[in-house]
Design a protein around this ligand. Structure first.
Ligand SMILES: Cc1cc2nc3c(=O)[nH]c(=O)nc-3n(C[C@H](O)[C@H](O)[C@H](O)COP(=O)(O)OP(=O)(O)OC[C@H]3O[C@@H](n4cnc5c(N)ncnc54)[C@H](O)[C@@H]3O)c2cc1C
Length: 530
């Protein structure tokens, strides 16, 4: 059958499956009208969301930083026109914006209103030798190991670790396999960890800058988006062991359970699991609902159902979902009607807003960090409104000024804690009275970093599959790093190119750790500072 006549059923509308739909059309010759994307949420984009308004406050799950070697993501964005100027691709717009507003962080670490000396990474000889030991051994040597099992305590007190954990959200209890992959993939960034000048960023939040243009490109080509629809099962038929062919999908829609037939020539591409399952948002006056034992919604339940049928293929989602205290992640979005906070940060950092990158507060018990992005941060944001975003790594701990755990705090209390850590106490009432802070609690926010074995994730195209592929953060993409958009887009390229037997490989990324120049610079930085 001609590919233009085949159908594709895509489960999940995060960047992984938006990319899969785009590659099915661009490289696979599919007709957009034959592609349907099912999504249990109202809007597409998955983790790349952005909502709210200037009155009630804007809110979103997160902001993304990336870099030049996000080659798959940039490949995708190279054929998607920007919404502001359709003569430019989103890639071109993003590169131009990054170059016009290159970060040059002068206030990476701040304590009590003082900028700390963050150029020294604080390593001793043992830290360096442990790093070398981890990276020089094969991945399987770190099977089921935590980072804390391959480094001594001193490593976790270094400036390097503090900068690392706040940029990438790693914790000592996370997977040594994942940490090793990051060290190797992003080694060229080591000398730049303090200034962050090699990091790229989009003109607006990623929903406005990436998801909306991709959705327009897809819907212009007829792709069907079916929101508020949860896929509960994939019928794998009664094929003989060794061959897998999806024959149908079960969906829950408008309170009803329905079945969609899938013919063997058609494709099913499913994103398994999600870091944004069971997310709750707080308000300026109230904390988010704390969920300690979340019900597994469609985002995880489909994977669990499939794993019950064929564990040999789908492996075990419980590796990533069974310990919320180790997988939770908290972020917050701040909307301000007064520029005072921006003015104070510009004075402190001696940098115009939009150029400083991430500031972290190493003495904050909650481990607060934040980024003041170039404004407007939402495409529709009115003049005189300022929106920024931050993270916290230890929401269970007692605050240093507001004597409560962060996860019991209102938005106003969180902003007070942050403002006082920065030494802006004299302006605290003015700042709080003109701001709205919304906390976002993600029980599975960093579940992709949970300690695991090499074999714990399913393959993108399982062995024997004739028409089923799996995408996203929880499938195995050799050598690449989870908790990145790049990983999801790479999984989409792998899924489409392999399922369709195209003579095309996923965009290769530079193996920077094989480049002696990069290795030498990284070593020099670690031993002498950035
Ligand atoms: C706070 C935060 C900060 C981040 N920072 C960065 C960063 O700096 N740089 C970077 O590169 N990346 C970053 N990331 C990671 C990046 O955003 C994600 O890796 C990426 O967006 C994941 O996309 P995805 O499509 O794989 O999955 P998701 O975005 O999770 O999308 C999956 C979608 O599938 C839907 N779905 C799943 N199962 C079903 C089902 N059975 N039925 C219907 N729908 C279903 C879900 O509802 C969801 O919408 C960050 C993420 C977060 C949360």
């Amino acid at each position: 059958m001609n590919n233009a006549e085949r159908k594709a059923h895509l489960i999940g509308s995060g960047i992984a499956n938006l990319a899969a739909a785009a590659y099915l059309i661009k490289d696979g010759g599919f007709s957009g009208a034959n592609i349907t994307i099912y999504e249990e949420e109202n809007l597409p984009g998955g983790a790349l969301d952005a909502a709210g308004d200037s009155e009630k406050g804007y809110f979103m799950r997160g902001e993304r930083m990336f870099e030049a070697n996000y080659v798959c993501m940039y490949d995708l964005l190279s054929f998607i026109p920007s919404l502001d100027d359709s003569t430019k691709s989103v890639k071109q717009d993003t590169l131009e914006f990054t170059s016009a507003y290159t970060w040059n962080n002068k206030a990476r670490l701040v304590a009590n209103g003082q900028i700390l000396n963050f150029r020294s990474y604080g390593f001793d000889a043992k830290d360096v030798s442990e790093l070398l030991a981890l990276t020089s051994k094969p991945e399987r040597a770190s099977n089921d190991k935590r980072i804390s099992e391959v480094f001594s305590e001193h490593f976790f007190t270094t400036n390097f670790w503090h900068m690392w954990k706040t940029i990438f959200a790693f914790e000592p209890w996370h997977s040594a396999i994942e940490f090793r992959r990051y060290l190797l993939r992003f080694m060229h960034l080591f000398p730049d960890m303090a200034t962050q000048s090699l990091l790229h960023h989009t003109r607006y939040n990623q929903y406005d800058a990436m998801v909306r243009p991709i959705i327009k490109w897809l819907t212009d080509r007829g792709v069907q988006y079916v929101g508020n629809t949860r896929v509960t099962d994939i019928d794998l038929g009664n094929d003989t062991y060794g061959e897998i062919t999806a024959r149908g999908i079960s969906i829950a829609q408008d309170g009803e359970q329905k079945k969609v037939e899938v013919s063997p020539e058609d494709l099913v591409i499913a994103t398994l699991g999600s870091m944004v399952a069971n997310v709750t948002f707080g308000t300026n006056d109230a904390p988010p609902k704390l969920i300690t034992s979340p019900a597994h919604e469609g985002k995880w339940a489909l994977w669990e159902t499939l794993a019950r049928k064929r564990k040999d293929i789908f492996r075990d989602p419980a590796v990533f979902t069974s310990n919320i205290s180790e997988s939770q992640f908290v972020t917050y979005t701040v909307t301000q009607r007064d520029r005072r906070f921006f003015d104070l940060m510009e004075q402190l950092s001696e940098q115009e807003v939009g150029r400083n990158g991430m500031t972290s507060l190493p003495e904050s018990s909650w481990s607060l960090s934040f980024i003041l992005s170039h404004q407007p941060y939402y495409q529709s944001q009115p003049e005189g409104i300022y929106v920024w975003y931050g993270i916290a790594l230890y929401p269970d701990k007692m605050g240093d000024y507001v004597r409560k755990p962060m996860n019991q705090c209102s938005g106003r209390e969180v902003l007070e804690e942050l403002t006082r850590h920065l030494g802006f106490g004299a302006d605290v009432e003015r700042i709080l009275d003109s701001s709205t802070l919304v906390v976002n609690m993600m029980p599975f926010g960093i579940s992709q970093f949970m300690k695991r074995k090499v074999s714990d994730r399913p393959d993108v195209v399982p062995e024997g599959s004739t028409n089923l592929a799996l995408t996203g953060q929880f499938v195995e993409v050799p050598d690449d790093c989870v908790f990145t958009m790049e990983y999801s887009v790479r999984s989409a390229q792998m899924a489409v190119f392999k399922l369709l037997n195209l003579d095309k490989e996923p965009t290769p990324f530079p193996r920077v750790s094989n480049d002696l120049h990069v290795v030498w610079n990284a070593f020099k930085t670690l031993t002498q500072g950035g």
